[in-house]
Design a protein around this ligand. Structure first.
Ligand code: HEC
Length: 168
C-alpha cells in the first residue's frame, strides 16, 4: 500500500471503531436486561457470540408459540410473514399491539389471521423476550438456530416470570 493512502485508511478505521463503541454505549444494562436509547428492550450479543438471557428465552418461546405459522428462525412460511423481515421496521409498541390483539386481513381470495395472544401466559409473560430475539434476527446479530452460549438467568427474570404467571 502506498504511504499516501495510509492516513485515509487509519482515519476510516478510527471512524468505524468510534461507531462500534458508540453503538455499545447506546445500550444500557439493568439486571441482565438491555435497553436501547429509546429505553425499549433490546438484545445483547458479546464478541464470542454469548447472548443475553432474554434473547435466548425469546428463541425458546418463539419456537414453542410462533414458529408453527411464522417458520423457524423467523424466516416465514407460505401462511405467515417472515418476522425477521417485519422486525426490521416494526417498533416495540406495534409489536406488542399485534401480538396481544391479533390482526386479520381479508381479501376476496383469502383470509390471513394472526391470533391474539393477550391472554396466553406463555406469550404475554415473555413479550420482551420474543421481541428482542426477533430484533436480533432482523439485525442479523445472531445466526439461525439455538444460540450456543447465553448469560445465566437473572434473578430479576425469575421474579418477573413468577409474578406474571401468577397474575399478581
Ligand atoms: C396460527 C398462526 C399464527 C401463529 C401461531 C402466530 N402468528 Fe403472527 N401472524 C400470523 C398471520 C397469518 C399474520 C399476518 C396477518 C395479516 O395478514 O395481517 C401474522 C402477523 C404477525 C405480525 C405482524 C407482521 C406484519 O408484517 O405486519 C407479528 C408481529 C406477529 N404475527 C407476531 C407473532 C408472534 C410473536 C407469534 C408468537 C407469539 C405469532 N405471531 C404467532 C399467524 C400466526
Amino acid at each position: 500500500m502506498s504511504a499516501k493512502f495510509l492516513p485515509i485508511v487509519l482515519m476510516t478505521l478510527a471512524m468505524s471503531f468510534g461507531a462500534a463503541a458508540y453503538a455499545q454505549e447506546d445500550k444500557q444494562e439493568v439486571d441482565g436486561k438491555y435497553f436501547d436509547k429509546e429505553e425499549e428492550p433490546t438484545y445483547n450479543v458479546k464478541e464470542d457470540g454469548t447472548v443475553d438471557w432474554y434473547t435466548y428465552s425469546g428463541f425458546r418461546r418463539y419456537h414453542s408459540e410462533c414458529h408453527v405459522c411464522h417458520g423457524p428462525d423467523g424466516l416465514g412460511s407460505t401462511y405467515a410473514p417472515a418476522l425477521a423481515e417485519t422486525m426490521k421496521t416494526m417498533g416495540y409498541a406495534d409489536f406488542i399491539g399485534v401480538v396481544a390483539s391479533g390482526k386479520e386481513r381479508i381479501t376476496s381470495s383469502e383470509t390471513s389471521k394472526m391470533p391474539a395472544f393477550g391472554d396466553n401466559v406463555n406469550v404475554y409473560c415473555y413479550m420482551d423476550d420474543i421481541y428482542v430475539y426477533l430484533k436480533a434476527r432482523a439485525d442479523e446479530a445472531i445466526p439461525r438456530g439455538r444460540p450456543k452460549k447465553r448469560d445465566k438467568k437473572p434473578e430479576q427474570a425469575t421474579t418477573y416470570e413468577n409474578e406474571c404467571r401468577e397474575g399478581t
